[in-house]
Design a protein around this ligand. Structure first.
Ligand SMILES: *[C@@H]1O[C@H](CO)[C@@H](O)[C@H](O)[C@H]1NC(C)=O
Length: 208
């Protein structure tokens, strides 16, 4: 009995299409849940995770990667700690501004630590810090297809604001307003009010 192979091809093609897209869905939902577990929304990329992301096709999102080196955080140059906190501010603001929009799946903020995966610094061609890269959905070669975010480009602007501007420009995804925490924190405000209340009785007595 001759068995025709043709009819079996169709389910096979469907199966391939389904697995193809479900890989992307899984990685997107995994990135989502990792992001929701991080206070700043920055996903820490280890070797396993980055390989998984890079292998998954299609990748319907941009990665914004901060190349970090914790051992440099206590050094005044290259001021990595400040730049990292500005990066976190962009990430938090993006989440606040876009939580319920379709853009929410289009960008994921990540970091890679030098002490953990030097190999990835080499893969991306990172030579000096700070280095922040945009990895577009269609990037094939990480060195040449990733877009560096230069921070010297917008004098007079906050670092977070200029990062957000470059991301808008290069990804087409608008970050929206940067939500800077108020300069006087709640604790400081509490101390001021507490001090005032303690001082009040003395003033009141004097007046009386
Ligand atoms: C890498 O990160 C993923 C996601 O956070 C985690 O599940 C996994 O255990 C990590 N692997 C290693 C080797 O740290």
């Amino acid at each position: 009995m001759a068995i025709s192979t043709k009819p079996t091809l169709i389910p096979l093609v469907i199966l391939i299409i389904i697995t193809h897209y479900s890989t992307a869905d899984t990685i997107v939902s995994d990135l989502h849940s990792l992001r929701s577990q991080s206070p700043s929304g920055i996903i820490h990329l280890n070797e396993t995770l980055i390989n998984r992301i890079l292998k998954s096709t299609p990748k319907p999102f941009h990665l914004i990667i901060f190349f970090d080196a914790l051992k440099l955080h206590n050094q005044p140059e290259p001021n990595l700690k400040t730049i990292k906190s500005e990066f976190a501010l962009v990430s938090k603001s993006f989440i606040i501004n876009n939580r319920n929009t379709s853009l929410f799946h289009k960008i994921f903020f990540c970091d890679i630590e030098l002490g953990e995966s030097k190999h990835n610094f080499i893969r991306f061609g990172v030579r000096a810090l700070p280095d922040i890269r945009i990895v577009p959905p269609d990037a094939k070669d990480l060195k040449s297809d990733s877009i560096p975010i230069g921070l010297g480009d917008y004098p007079g602007m906050g670092i977070a604001e200029s990062m957000a501007d470059i991301i808008d420009l290069r990804t087409g995804v608008s970050i929206g307003a940067i939500h800077r925490p108020p300069i006087v924190t709640k604790t400081q405000l509490g101390l001021v009010i507490g001090g005032f209340l303690m001082w009040m009785p003395f003033v009141a007595k004097k007046v009386i």
